[in-house]
Design a protein around this ligand. Structure first.
Ligand code: GLY
Length: 302
């Protein structure tokens, strides 16, 4: 909901649902630094939108539904008309254990998500996936490529938080190792419009990725430290090391970013994959190596 005109403001405030009020409260609280109830929120909105405390920045207010629930990422291939979803994954966005600290690009993932049940999948197939592809085609912009559905499993059912036209990172690091198909054939089918003939299949196992970052990420961190142990991954089946913030310095691979490497391991189930991934993080070393120690903690709650 976008609130703009002068007359509208009062009406919207009176007709809002509890969820919308909660959003307003949080938003105004954030802007005005303290706001304890609806009356204060209303006064805050008046201050921002009518009294123009922040000038023209208060001309328009976007009110979004406040959602809570588990997040699930579902990547998909699309050829303009057909969509084939990949296996599900869950990211860990915050820098610190227990989902504390700043938001990051993603500190680790696991796949599949035990919370993405058959029921959730059927709901999304009926109301989200094909509907998205059909809507783009109907607008005269048929989409070919990868769509990333950022879902939230709310009390009211699954909702789409975000769409991305790309693979997720580090979602891809746990989804693609489990894919049985040749990815180039799937991509060619997307280009050729023949995705309906592809039987997209995933292994009946699990994968966990733990991101090795530079201490201080995402704020400030040092770069240029030599990385050792990468050769271990060649010796073990089902283990992968994805480079993110690295570069060559002569013959030596060194750190060159906040998120340095994604260490992925597969296992027969999520718990085994998690143990394998954390064991593999010990193979790799560099100065200032930092990782979350609780990637996949939700696995124990499933
Ligand atoms: N891991 C979240 C993203 O790629 O947007």
């Amino acid at each position: 909901m976008i609130v703009t005109g002068q007359a509208e403001k009062g009406e919207h405030m009176d007709n809002m649902t509890d969820k919308q009020f909660k959003t307003i409260l949080e938003m105004v609280d954030m802007i005005l630094d303290g706001c304890k109830d609806l009356e204060e929120a209303k006064a805050g909105v008046k201050e921002i939108m009518l009294d123009k405390k922040f000038g023209t920045a208060g001309n328009e207010m976007v009110i979004e539904e406040f959602m809570t629930g588990r997040e699930v990422s579902v990547l998909s291939f699309v050829d303009g008309k057909t969509i084939k979803t990949m296996t599900s994954a869950q990211d860990h966005k915050r820098a610190g254990d227990g989902d504390t600290g700043l938001n990051t690009g993603g500190m680790g993932t696991f796949s599949p998500s035990p919370f993405y049940t058959k029921e959730v999948e059927e709901f999304c197939e009926k109301y989200v996936y094909q509907a998205t592809v059909d809507a783009m085609a109907a607008e005269g912009r048929p989409f070919k490529g990868v769509i990333f559905f950022g879902l939230m499993l709310t009390e009211d059912g699954p909702k789409v938080l975000e769409y991305n036209a790309r693979f997720g990172d580090p979602e891809a690091q746990v989804v693609l190792p489990r894919m049985k198909n040749d990815i180039l054939e799937v991509m060619e089918a997307c280009i050729d419009g023949t995705l309906d003939q592809v039987d997209l299949q995933f292994e009946d196992n699990a994968a966990v990725c733990v991101v090795l970052a530079s201490e201080g990420y995402p704020v400030s961190y040092e770069k240029g430290f030599p990385i050792t142990g990468l050769e271990e991954f060649k010796k073990h089946e089902g283990y992968y090391c994805f480079h993110a913030g690295t570069k060559f310095n002569g013959d030596q691979i060194v750190t060159n970013g906040g998120r340095v490497l994604g260490v992925t391991a597969k296992g027969k189930d999520l718990k085994e994959a998690r143990a394998n991934a954390y064991a593999a993080t010990e193979w790799v070393n560099f100065k200032n190596k930092y990782m979350r120690r609780d990637i996949g903690k939700a696995i124990d709650e499933a």
